[in-house]
Design a protein around this ligand. Structure first.
Ligand SMILES: [Zn+2]
Length: 392
């Protein structure tokens, strides 16, 4: 039997994970069982209540956690592979070993012709549906950003968002753009928001210096998400409460949070969970392609970066993405920030799925895709399935 044939057969074979600490993640089941076959979850519940199919392969979790697969809305690469271009296929194969079963590959600020070329390459990869983690669409991050909040990006390439740019990018990407991070206060960008919504793209504020009034207007026009909250945005001030306050006060807005322990202080993370709740915070990795590589000097799409002490920085000291993936973020939230595991898991699975409007993803319930992780301990995946197919 070829390995491919064996993998296909395994996907149709019922699997039961028994005696797990299950995170559905709307609730925690202390001694739980989850059964799946043909890529879908068949049953979830307390082990004494779930009937196992006779021919099911049984995996005893011995009380270890089982969660939906992690969903990353914002990352640039992994293990030396850049998601922004043809290496997307290799990167997708490497993500399950970090507990990630679905993701939205994210672009970077470059000259427009280079961005369009790379979007075409990504669209070609997505057409082939490569093995590994599911690719849920493309996230545009740059060049429609504020020169006042550039992060690592080169502001000489920044442009205000326009409906014409949306059409050009979406054409190059074959209609696959799902998230678009931009600064609504730049140029006429505020007026371009309906054009994003009309194309099925979720407008995301980020790298923005928006005031409270500007952010409130952007939300009224359809913005529903904030890119890496706290990082590269106007901070809180009690007389100009800013995008910060507009996003915290509106329950329709989901905020992304980099939980690598480097970008945001643990107390600020606790504050965010207290104010928004885990259904309003989507944990992201913002991983750079150097995530998973040893410390050293690297070039990332022409940007020089230094990886040392758990950080990825430009020589000027701006953080340039993270070197931790979602599994590490989950561990940090639980073990260092003190977020209840149920809520930490929710922010890494169900909330990002909701942020994309994917009702069936990010949860363990009958009919949902069989994307799940059995954890040796928090941060360390022991077994990972995507669509019922075992990847790790
Ligand atoms: Zn960014």
């Amino acid at each position: 039997m070829t390995p491919l044939l064996r993998r296909l057969l395994m996907a149709f074979h019922p699997v039961a994970i028994i005696h797990a600490e299950l995170y559905t993640p709307t609730r925690r089941i202390e001694d739980g069982t989850v059964v799946f076959a043909e890529g879908r979850i068949l049953a979830v519940g307390p082990s004494r209540e779930v009937r196992l199919p006779r021919r099911a392969e049984r995996i005893d979790a011995h009380g270890r956690p089982v969660t939906p697969g992690l969903i990353d809305l914002h990352l640039h690469g992994v293990e030396g592979y850049d998601l922004f271009g043809e290496e997307l296929a290799e990167a997708a194969q490497r993500l399950p070993r970090h507990g990630v079963t679905a993701f939205v590959p994210t672009t970077l600020t470059l000259p427009e012709e280079e961005i369009l070329r790379r979007l075409q390459a990504m669209a070609r990869v997505m057409e082939t549906a490569p093995p590994g983690a599911r690719i849920l669409g493309i996230h545009i991050e740059g060049p429609h950003l504020s020169p006042k909040r550039p992060g690592m990006a080169n502001p000489t390439w920044f442009r205000p968002l326009t409906p014409e740019a949306i059409a050009r990018y979406q054409a190059a990407a074959g209609g696959r753009i799902r998230l678009w991070t931009f600064a609504p206060e730049e140029g006429e960008a505020m007026q371009a928001i309906p054009a994003l919504v009309a194309q099925g793209i979720i407008p995301v504020i980020g790298h923005s210096d928006a005031t409270y009034d500007q952010a409130t207007e952007a939300i009224q026009r359809g913005v529903r998400q904030v890119t890496h909250f706290f990082n590269a945005m106007r901070p809180f001030h009690h007389r100009e409460p800013g995008l910060f306050t507009a996003a915290l006060l509106d329950p329709r807005v989901i905020v992304q949070l980099i939980a690598d322990g480097q970008h945001v202080h643990p107390a600020a993370m606790r504050l965010l969970f207290q104010v928004k709740g885990s259904s309003g915070v989507a944990m992201i990795s913002d991983a750079a392609p150097m995530a998973g590589l040893p410390p050293g000097r690297y070039t990332w799409l022409g940007y020089e970066v230094i990886v040392a002490d758990g950080r990825c920085q430009t020589p000027e000291g701006a953080l340039a993405g993270s070197v931790a993936l979602m599994n590490e973020g989950l561990r940090v939230l639980i073990e260092e920030v003190g977020i209840d595991p149920l809520h930490a898991v929710r922010s890494a699975t169900w909330t990002p799925a909701q942020a994309l409007g994917l009702r069936k993803f990010g949860r363990l319930r009958p009919g949902a895709p069989a994307d799940l992780v059995l954890w040796a301990r928090w941060g360390v995946p022991e077994a990972v399935w995507v669509g019922g197919e075992r990847m790790v």
